[in-house]
Unconditional design. Structure first.
Length: 351
């Protein structure tokens, strides 16, 4: 089901703008801010049904500690603040839509087409698609699709949805351990199942988990889930195969955290040079092999690249400078500071 966002455009229409941004994660959202300071308008296209990308979709309540000047913020909180920050520039969102085609028109502008029939023309395109379309790796359990969305979930959007529930978490990485520790205080009961005794998660998290298990605060099974039991998508129990035999474990909710599959999708067919499913860019403008097409955030690659949100913010700032030169070739680019420029402060609505 496709949800609507307050600035989301209905599918199927045609639009003209200055910059098309493919991806509405944190880096794509901040790109709107940097472009807006230069009076460049942006339309954003994202396959998800709300802004925020991976932050909002996969770990909205998980803490983020490395945003400069913000000691702690959640993925949901970061998305909310970025949307507030870019509100003065009135970006337009095309959510729940996949960018499937990009072609250069005779007038020099790009035309992007979505799977919903939306077309957008602009002289500049910015790919901020993260690692592409993230999809959870699903365990090979017979009939699991019947329970998905009702009692089997691959992400935690609201912790309170799992309050007073009997939870079973499957996996041995950071996501499994982090959510086991975070949800244990509010769950009626909680167990963790992993196929082997060793874990891939942070040692501190593993140590905390083992302490809780030893104290009786949660259960730990070494084995694999073989079957789900329940009716109409409502889970009642699961069968866990261990070295000692099979266990029928009662639970209300199963949270499998087996990692994500990255699918780049149609972006790979845009005629841009690719390298191991990433887009090589220069470090002056973050432009791709195709002039007027940029790539920022986790989707790009260059020597020394770090996949951090703060690095994507830096890339967005430099990208915007060159985008202005393409969109407004007859105008002089004036570099201004938001702290001292009354012009920029007026744009931001603070004067």
């Amino acid at each position: 089901m496709r949800k609507n966002h307050s600035d989301s455009c209905p599918p199927g229409a045609h639009h003209d703008t200055d910059v098309i941004i493919v991806g509405a994660g944190p880096v794509g959202l901040f790109a709107v801010f940097e472009l807006g300071l230069l009076d460049l308008k942006a339309h954003l296209v994202d396959i998800l049904n709300r802004p925020g990308g991976q932050c909002a979709e996969l770990y909205p309540e998980k803490p983020i500690y490395d945003i400069p000047g913000v000691p702690l913020i959640t993925g949901e909180g970061l998305t909310r603040d970025l949307l507030k920050q870019i509100a003065p520039f009135k970006p337009k969102f095309h959510l729940g839509q996949m960018a499937i085609d990009l072609k250069k028109r005779d007038n020099g502008k790009w035309r992007l087409t979505t799977d919903q029939g939306t077309t957008i023309d602009a002289p500049v395109v910015v790919i901020a698609a993260g690692g592409g379309s993230f999809q959870p790796k699903k365990p090979p359990i017979p009939g699991i699709a019947d329970f998905e969305g009702k009692s089997v979930f691959y992400s935690v959007r609201r912790m309170d949805d799992f309050r007073d529930k009997r939870l079973l978490i499957a996996g041995g990485g950071d996501s499994a351990l982090d959510w086991a520790l975070a949800l244990r205080p509010i769950a009626k009961s909680l167990a963790l199942v992993h196929r082997r005794p060793e874990f891939r998660a942070a040692p501190d998290s593993v140590a905390k988990m083992r302490t809780l298990v030893a104290a009786g605060g949660m259960k730990l099974f070494t084995g694999q889930i073989k079957a789900l039991h329940g009716e109409d998508g409502v889970l009642e129990s699961v069968t866990i195969k261990t070295a000692d035999g099979e266990i029928d474990y009662p639970c209300d909710i199963l949270l499998p955290f087996f990692g994500l599959t990255m699918k780049l999708g149609p972006v790979a067919n845009f005629g841009i040079e690719m390298q191991n499913n990433l887009i090589p860019v220069d470090t002056e403008k973050f432009e791709t092999s195709v002039p007027t097409i940029f790539a920022i955030g986790d989707i790009n690659h260059y020597p020394g690249k770090l996949k951090l949100i703060l690095c994507g913010f830096h890339e967005a700032a430099l990208m915007a400078q060159q985008a202005f030169r393409y969109v407004r070739p007859d105008e002089k680019l004036r570099f201004q500071y938001t702290t001292s420029s009354t012009n920029l402060q007026h744009k931001l609505g603070v004067k």
